[in-house]
Design a protein around this ligand. Structure first.
Ligand code: NAD
Ligand code: G3P
Length: 362
């Protein structure tokens, strides 16, 4: 069993329940098991429960990893979350509120909940942590995010993440983020701690939309320079949105911002990048409600609505939203290259300045 070098004085949570047996929930359940915890996984689909029972494989996981017998996979939500002392919510963002609501009467009193979905709620523009706080009052909250292809985590390849909890203060051994970190830490899975929930969440939500833009550019054959520009100016967009919502710019320079942007915007392993690439090539991307989630395709609209409500210019995200609404790709991509020439704005100071709604910075 791997041991943690991080916060050794923290007591890990012993029984971890994971709600959502997609690729990421399954990979996180495996990570908990590898770190020496008991783990159980709730699957929404009967066919997933049946496949695991028959072959110890989950069809949502695209790599051939056998799930150990010690991992309980069940469709009985109460049985999965009832005895847990830590619960991870890993459903797609647009279903997170409904799942949190279903969990409410089933969770033990005061059991901490970790948000692992990446997105902004459509109608409300709420961050996932706010959604869960509203549905599960009295349960301490954390967010786990960062550059993490589930397949690589399932294969036990080295990965670093950020675990964020609100409230600031020193990360002493009793701190929730430290306890969550030590629950999952191993020689191949390294959590870092943060008290900037908003920054961590905005990074994870917006990078999916930027990854679609990068995929579109790749599909259109626009080259590596364009991709680097989209990643960097995408970082400016998610930084200014995060700052407007109270995030610290340096959080967006970390794993949950730059780290996840670099990963998702430069690999065909990313569902968001691949979705964009298909669009850019003029193909209709394959998507279904029961298939792999493409969060950016849903979140382009919710991020767009939020940015407009706050008056934050996010032209790349707006371009993706427009393309998904039927706008001509070439016109939108060309539109990103025009406008007043201005100083590049990415530093903390500038991020605050350009969070000014009067700015039209691109
Ligand atoms: N896959 C990754 O590499 C990865 C990594 C980090 C974060 N995430 C995030 O984790 C979240 C889950 O993604 P995933 O990749 O595990 O999913 P997935 O694409 O592997 O599987 C789809 C999931 O959606 C669930 N689902 C479909 N309809 C639902 C409904 N009505 N209610 C509840 N659940 C429903 C399915 O049960 C399944 O668990 C997303 O927010 C994603 O951005 C994914
Ligand atoms: O495959 P994607 O595009 O959903 O990205 C998965 C993870 O969010 C990468 O960190």
């Amino acid at each position: 069993m791997a041991t943690s070098a991080l916060s050794p004085a923290s007591v890990p949570f012993g029984r971890v329940a994971v709600v959502g047996a997609g690729a990421w929930g399954t990979a996180l359940a495996l990570t908990a098991l590898r770190a020496g915890r008991a783990a159980s996984l709730w699957a929404r689909e009967d066919h997933v429960v049946a496949a695991v029972a028959a072959s110890r494989r989950n069809p949502f996981l695209t790599v051939p990893v056998d799930l150990p017998a010690a991992l309980t996979v069940s469709g009985d939500l109460g049985a999965v979350v009832g005895g847990a002392d830590l619960v991870l919510l890993v459903t797609p963002s647009q279903h997170l509120r409904a799942m949190a609501r279903r969990c409410a009467p089933l969770l033990g009193s005061g059991v901490p909940v970790v948000v692992c979905a990446k997105g902004v709620e459509g109608d409300s523009g709420a961050l996932m942590s706010d959604v869960v706080a509203a549905e599960l009052p009295g349960h301490p909250l954390a967010v786990l995010s960062g550059p993490t292809f589930a397949a690589e985590v399932a294969l036990d390849l080295p990965t670093a993440v950020t675990v964020a909890t609100a409230g600031g203060g020193a990360f002493g051994p009793e701190h929730l983020a430290a306890r969550i970190a030590v629950t999952f830490a191993s020689s191949t899975f390294r959590p870092y701690l943060s008290d900037d929930v908003v920054g961590v969440e905005i990074g994870g939500a917006v990078k999916n939309v930027i990854a679609i833009a990068c995929g579109i550019a790749a599909g259109r054959g626009l080259g590596s320079n364009a991709r680097a520009a989209l990643i960097t100016r995408g970082l400016a967009e998610l930084t200014r949105l995060g700052v407007a919502l109270g995030a610290r710019p340096e959080t967006l320079g970390g794993l949950a911002g730059v780290g996840d942007l670099v990963l998702t915007c430069s690999s065909e392993q990313s569902r968001n990048f691949s979705f964009g690439k298909a669009l850019g090539e003029g193909r209709a991307p394959q998507r279904s409600d029961d298939g792999p989630v493409v969060e950016g395709a849903v979140n382009a609209a919710s991020v767009g609505a939020l940015s407009r409500r706050l008056g934050i210019p996010m032209p790349i995200c707006a371009g993706v939203e427009a393309i998904l609404g039927g706008a001509a790709i070439d016109e939108i991509m060309a539109g990103l290259m025009v406008g007043d020439l201005r100083p590049e704005a990415l530093t903390a100071e500038n991020a605050v300045r350009i969070a000014n709604p009067a700015s039209t910075d691109r």
